[in-house]
Design a protein around this ligand. Structure first.
Ligand code: URA
Length: 245
């Protein structure tokens, strides 16, 4: 359970995207906000904020959005970008609209290419994000990949050697593990997050990635019943399982 922090009601709701401070003051004054079943009338009231808040507070009769810190586990579909800026459909478009106005804002933990599907974490917790992507932690990520050409048989050794240089880079890749599924399908586990790393690794051994899907980050696996585009809120203890490897 996260430690409860105290926050002014109007600031809390504005930071959750319910409107400007003025908007939420009007919302409170109109009796639309309740805590433990009692209407709150004072928008300056100090509220204990923890992960259980949605079980206690309602806005217009609906549970309040989960407060920060928030970690989401999403099944990223193909065709959406992890960027806030690029054109086209964004992963953030798959979240409730109001969440775009949250402060702190939500960001993906690292990125998947537009043409990659699978497990992605989204958070407003900068400390958590940096711990996951820190190059010092070597959190393993497993990708299921289908290839254009049949595997030669030597790729596993090349990837495991820790000497493979990607084009335009100055440092060799850390050792990676290849598990062959069949002639043109394999799982690759890497512990870095270099730009287009998996695609470039297969290009370096003369192949071409046709489909790429991330199945696992550290101790977190994409649940089989989580459809593309859907997400789950991870309680803090479950999110920390990303470091269990
Ligand atoms: N490697 C890639 O090439 N693309 C991804 O999206 C992730 C890892």
């Amino acid at each position: 359970m996260t430690k409860a922090l105290m926050a002014r009601l109007d600031r809390l709701l504005a930071n959750l995207g319910y409107g400007s401070r003025k908007d939420v003051q009007a919302l409170v004054a109109s009796g639309k906000v309740a805590l433990d079943g009692k209407i709150l009338k004072d928008s300056g009231a100090r509220i204990a904020v923890d992960a259980a808040l949605p079980e206690r507070m309602t806005i217009r009769g609906a549970a309040v959005d989960p407060p920060a810190p928030l970690v989401l586990l999403m099944h990223k579909p193909l065709g959406v970008t992890c960027s806030h800026k690029e054109d086209g459909e964004k992963i953030y478009d798959l979240l409730p609209r109001r969440w775009r106005l949250r402060d702190p804002g939500l960001s993906t933990v690292g990125r998947l290419d537009k043409d990659t599907s699978g497990l992605i974490l989204i958070t407003d917790d900068g400390d958590f994000l940096h711990r996951v992507i820190s190059p010092k932690r070597h959190v393993p990520k497993t990708y299921l990949t289908t290839l254009d050409r049949a595997l030669k048989g030597s790729e596993g050794e090349v990837f495991a050697a820790g000497t493979l240089m990607l084009e335009g880079e100055e440092k060799p890749l850390l050792p990676a593990q290849l598990d062959v599924v069949d002639g043109k399908t394999a799982r690759l586990t890497i512990t870095e997050g270099r730009y287009h790393q998996v695609r470039r690794m297969f290009a370096a051994v003369g192949n071409h990635v046709v489909t790429l899907h991330r199945e696992r980050i550290g101790g977190l696996t994409l649940p089989a019943d989580l459809e593309p585009g859907r997400y789950r809120i991870l309680p803090a203890n479950e999110a920390e399982a990303v470091f269990d490897v």
